[in-house]
Design a binder for this molecule. Structure first.
Ligand code: UGA
Length: 425
């Protein structure tokens, strides 16, 4: 593979993973960000978030002289390819805020020479890229939509072992972009720009739908005395359905599924369509976060002054990301109910303006003297803790609400506690 010179706009999650992995593949990469403090720590090999394997790649590439971090105003030579990987956060209507994209594209138009190819990695609503491509083409700059399918905590592996590479644009420009990825052995889907953009939203919405579906079935399992883990195992063994993303629990969080399902819903409504299925996915997810607090209130009654521990603050394990994590809503609800909330997470941090909330240093400390415990993230350290001993240190009625179905119910019962899972016997 011929090494290329690449610039990446945005040292956020996607931009850093893309920049690091492209440099590991042999390309020379400049990652741009306007945050000087972030640039200083990145130059020292320190990433602003927890992502397995990423620090090592960054350090190795910096040492090899293939990765540098710069402020956009200090760069004059952008190389042959320019990635856009800036944020597209939700607005209050659910639509995507494209201000950062517009600012970067304006800078590209005024600084980048004709013949450069812009590769869109940010998740942008279908239709966005067609307009951007037109604007860039007027300056002789090519455009390809190349959505990312990286999972936090697994991003480096997902970069190299992706199930598919989606490239949307005109065939000649796509061919040039494909040359960057010769070491990635994934099928390439070549298509038009809006289809590439919609593949990203449809994929995330479909995965979110699988989770909400499993959660709805879980809620029925409680009523008919079935076990959701067994039911979903049986469902997932059908190859047409597949077994992944069928784990029932307190729902999905993070910076992607909630934002992208809302943005897709907005896209439907703003175009005069109705999306009942998508609305149901979002609705089930919101409901699912209330399940633990409802169950605890049902068992314990008034929660004023009652100690309820929350274990796990991140939206999933192996990340320090707490954005839209179910734990956040659960803690807010508990605080409104007047509960005293000790919380624990191996790496994630959450702050609440309340004397009733404290983040403590261990699972055991959080659980001790609590009347109820909510498991909100399936960290190994939480699931594999000594639940028999720990439950024995709790106060009556020693209720363990396992929001991720990852704790051994027998151990909780052996410690004198009551176990409640999500659709799990
Ligand atoms: C998700 C997608 O999986 C990636 O393909 C995509 O690239 C990324 O969004 C994105 O758009 O950038 P991520 O948000 O990192 O990745 O996390 P996931 O592993 O997909 O988990 C999302 C949420 O679903 C978590 O809160 C997790 O606990 C929950 N989940 C997942 C379940 O509740 N049940 C499951 O069976 C699976």
């Amino acid at each position: 593979m011929r090494p290329r010179r690449v610039t990446v706009f945005g040292a956020g999650y996607v931009g850093l993973v893309a920049g690091a992995c492209l440099s590991k593949s042999g390309h020379t990469v400049t990652v741009l960000d306007v945050d000087e403090k972030k640039l200083v720590s990145l130059r020292g090999g320190v990433t602003p978030f927890h992502e397995p394997g990423l620090d090592e790649i960054i350090t190795g590439s910096i040492e090899a002289g293939r990765l540098i971090f710069e402020h956009p105003s200090n760069v004059t030579d952008f190389g042959e390819y320019v990635y856009v990987a800036v944020g597209t956060p939700s607005t209050s209507t659910g639509s995507s805020d494209l201000r950062f994209i517009s600012a970067v594209v304006e800078q590209i138009v005024s600084t980048v020479p004709a013949g450069t190819i812009v590769i869109m990695k940010s998740t942008v609503p279908p239709g966005t890229g067609t307009a951007l491509a037109k604007r860039l083409e007027a300056h002789g700059i090519g455009y390809v939509s190349n959505p990312e399918f990286l999972r936090e905590g697994n991003a480096v592996k997902d970069w190299y072992e992706t199930d598919r590479m989606v490239l949307g644009g005109n065939p000649e420009t796509i061919d040039k972009v494909a040359e960057l990825y010769e070491d990635i052995l994934a099928p390439i889907l070549r298509c038009d720009i809006p289809s590439a953009e919609l593949i990203k939203y449809a994929s995330n919405a479909f995965l979110a739908m699988k989770i909400s579906f499993a959660n709805e079935i879980a809620n029925l399992c409680n009523t008919v005395d079935a076990d959701v883990t067994t039911v979903m195992k049986g469902v997932g063994l059908d190859k047409r359905i597949g077994g992944s993303f069928l784990n029932a629990g307190i729902g999905y969080g993070g910076s992607c599924f909630p934002k992208d399902t809302r943005a897709l819903d907005y896209l439907y409504s703003v175009n005069g369509h109705h999306s009942p299925l998508l609305k149901a996915v979002i609705d089930v997810n919101a409901f699912q976060r209330r399940v633990p607090v409802t169950a605890i209130r049902h068992r314990l009654g008034d929660l004023h002054g009652v100690r309820v521990a929350v274990l796990g603050l991140t939206f999933k394990p192996h990340t320090d990301d707490t954005r839209e994590a179910p734990a956040g809503d659960i803690i807010r609800m508990l605080l409104v109910e007047g509960a005293i909330v000790p919380a624990y997470d191996p790496v994630g941090v959450m702050d609440f303006e309340s004397d009733q909330y404290t983040q403590v240093g261990s699972v055991e400390e959080a659980v001790r003297d609590a009347c109820a415990v909510i498991v909100a993230t399936e960290w190994d350290e939480i699931c594999d803790a000594d639940w028999k001993t720990m439950t024995a240190t709790m106060a009556e009625p020693k209720l363990v609400f396992d929001g991720r179905n990852c704790v051994d119910p027998a151990a909780v019962r052996a410690g004198g506690g009551e176990y409640v899972g999500v659709g799990r016997r």
